[in-house]
Structure formats: structure tokens, C-alpha cells
Ligand binder design. Structure first.
Ligand code: UDP
Length: 328
């Protein structure tokens, strides 16, 4: 198939684009490089443009005879979305609507959409199933929920076929060390802890130690980025006109912030100083996936089931790219 990957120069998008390419699909990357990296995009496949440029979108969708879209391009930081919601509504809602309109005009009706565990807010029942009430507690989560709802309406009215994949915490890097996580500024736990191991940061700050969890720190479900990419490939094969599916993607195992730091100490063999910090706004205490729907509908199961193995791939990337893609 001919596939357009928006945000394909970003973290999860670049891993998915590479997997699609290796599976024999014709892949085009659509990215404005506001967060993505030219080096992460498939060589010779990058269209550098904005999602709000409807004309460019239509021209690429038509000109490249696109069959399906994988839509990764978005802002995805809970904390930032609380401080600057306008940015999130503009890029995640208006940007995605612009994409969907261009798809409608060019009769491209298949889309795999990056959604998030943040649509659930702070759910009571763990592990989380897809039917759990959706009560986002951050603008970020709400923008993704809005777009899931829009996709349902587009499926019903215009025959779109979609999969909304609700990621838990993406982590890790390709095992060969070519692609990895590089955000500016970096806010995610695993890269920050590994940058501390590299001596680039003095200490890792733990955001809150008074949560109702066994060690007082937040629990998350860390899933390998290549496993997420694999789920996208599988979801592509399951898109049906007029229908949509929402799927959790996680390992089903939760790890606390302290457990992440311990894992990074084991994997790197380096001392990693830590310090206590305040809670970060918008962080629920515990998020762990029940991914049985993805298993039964897609035949998907994460290949990385051990936290240390996920961290080891991330460490390989950070050690060989201490300045991210700028190290290349
Ligand atoms: N976290 C932390 N210190 C940091 C960064 C993150 O304690 O410097 C915690 C954060 O509060 C959350 C977990 O690590 O409980 C994962 O955060 P991250 O930003 O990596 O992912 P998110 O859950 O926001 O998608």
C-alpha cells in the first residue's frame, strides 16, 4: 500500500515508518519538523509541510496515490497542554481536522490514529479496558478524545475506517541503535534518567512520592516503541470502511518511577543521583493497560516483556547518541 505517515520524523512515527517500509509498503513522511528530525525520516521520503496546509496535503494524497494515513503528528505533553492549551487545540484538533478534510476530498478513507491513555483521565479500575469512562484531566487527553469522536462520526457518515491506538508509555529505541527518542526539551522519564546516567544532568527529579502506590511514586505501563510500530502495521490490515476500533497498547505491567530508576541503574551500571520534587500537574497515580482487545483483534502482543530489555535498547541509543540526532 501507499501510506502517508504524518509525524513520521518523530519518535513513534519514525519507528512505524521504518517498519512499514521494511514490510514492503510505499511510505511517505509528512512532517513540519517542528519536533521531528530530518535524520529520523526515511531517506528521500520527507514532505516538509504543515497539516494546516490543505492544498499541500491534497496534492500529496492525490499525487502519491495514498491508500491509507497513519497520523502521528501531534503535541503530546500532558504538562505543557495544561500550561498552553491553545497550542494543543490548534495542532491536535484543527491540524487533524485539516487532514481529515483533505482525506475526504481525495477519497482516502483509511486512517490509523495515535491516541493515548490520557483519554481515560485518572481511572478507578486498573488494568484499564477500552470501555472505561473517558474523563481526561488534561487538555492533551481531551484533544485526543475529541478526535476519536470525530473519527467515529466520519466513519458513520463518510465511510472512514479507523483504528485509534491508545498508547501507554512509549519507551526504548530500535535495537540496532539507528532510531531513538530525542525531544527538545526532553520531559520523558526514561531519557531523562539515562541522560543523568551519562552525566548530562545532575540528578533525576521524582515528581511526587506521596501517591497511593506501594512506593509512593507514579506507576505507568512502559511499552517498547517497536511494539507500538508493530501494532500500527497490524491495525492497517484490520481497517474496515464505516467502522472504527479503539485499542489499548501496553504490556499490562506497571512500573513505578523508582522502579524505572532502578532498572536504569542495573542496565547502565552507573550511579544515578535522584532528588524529590513536587507532583506534576495532570499526572494520575496509576495507568496500566488491559490490552486483550488488541491481542484478540490484531493478534498483537508486545515482544518486549521485560523492563530492563526496553531500557537496554534506550541506553544503546543514548550512549551512541549523547546529543540525540545531532550526534550523527
Ligand atoms: N516523571 C518524573 N520525573 C521526571 C519526568 C517524569 O518523576 O523528570 C514521572 C511522571 O510524573 C510520570 C512518569 O514519570 O509519573 C512518566 O512520565 P513521562 O513524562 O515519561 O510520561 P507521561 O506519563 O507523561 O506520558
Amino acid at each position: 500500500m501507499n501510506i502517508l505517515v504524518t509525524g513520521g520524523a518523530g519518535y513513534v512515527g519514525s519507528h512505524a515508518a521504518r517498519l512499514l517500509d521494511r514490510a514492503g509498503h510505499e511510505v511517505w513522511i509528512y512532517d513540519n519538523l517542528s519536533q521531528g528530525h530530518r535524520e529520523a525520516a526515511l531517506p528521500g521520503r520527507l514532505v516538509e509541510a504543515s497539516l494546516t496546509d490543505g492544498e499541500e496535503l491534497r496534492s500529496v494524497l492525490r499525487g502519491r496515490r495514498i491508500d491509507a494515513v497513519m497520523h502521528f503528528a501531534a503535541n503530546a505533553l500532558v504538562g505543557e497542554s495544561v500550561l498552553d492549551p491553545a497550542k494543543y487545540y490548534r495542532n491536535n484538533v484543527i491540524g487533524t481536522l485539516s487532514l481529515l478534510e483533505a482525506m475526504r476530498d481525495t477519497e482516502v478513507h483509511r486512517i490509523v490514529f495515535s491516541s493515548t491513555t490520557a483519554v481515560y483521565g485518572a481511572p478507578e479500575r486498573i488494568p484499564i479496558v477500552e470501555d472505561e469512562p473517558k474523563q481526561p484531566i488534561s487538555p492533551y487527553g481531551f484533544t485526543k478524545l475529541i478526535m476519536e469522536r470525530v473519527l467515529e462520526d466520519y466513519a458513520r457518515a463518510y465511510g472512514f475506517g479507523f483504528a485509534a491506538l491508545r498508547y501507554f508509555n512509549a519507551a526504548g529505541a530500535t535495537p540496532d541503535g539507528d532510531l531513538g527518542e530525542d525531544h527538545d526539551p526532553e520531559t520523558h522519564l526514561v531519557p531523562l534518567v539515562l541522560q543523568t546516567a551519562l552525566g548530562q544532568r545532575e540528578a533525576i527529579t521524582i515528581f511526587g512520592e506521596d501517591y497511593p502506590t506501594p512506593d509512593g511514586t507514579c506507576i505507568r505501563d512502559y511499552v517498547h516503541v517497536d511494539d507500538l510500530a508493530d501494532a500500527h502495521l497490524k491495525a492497517l490490515g484490520c481497517l474496515r470502511s464505516g467502522e472504527g476500533i479503539q485499542l489499548n497498547l501496553g504490556t499490562g505491567r506497571g512500573h513505578s518511577v523508582r522502579e524505572i530508576i532502578e532498572s536504569c541503574r542495573r542496565v547502565t551500571g552507573r550511579p544515578i543521583p535522584e532528588r524529590s520534587g513536587e507532583r506534576r500537574e495532570g499526572d494520575p497515580p496509576k495507568l496500566v493497560a488491559d490490552a486483550s482487545r488488541a491481542k484478540s483483534l490484531l493478534g498483537w502482543a508486545p515482544r518486549y516483556t521485560q523492563l530492563d530489555d526496553i531500557v537496554a535498547t534506550a541506553w544503546k541509543w543514548h550512549e551512541s547518541h549523547p546529543n540525540g540526532y545531532a550526534s550523527n
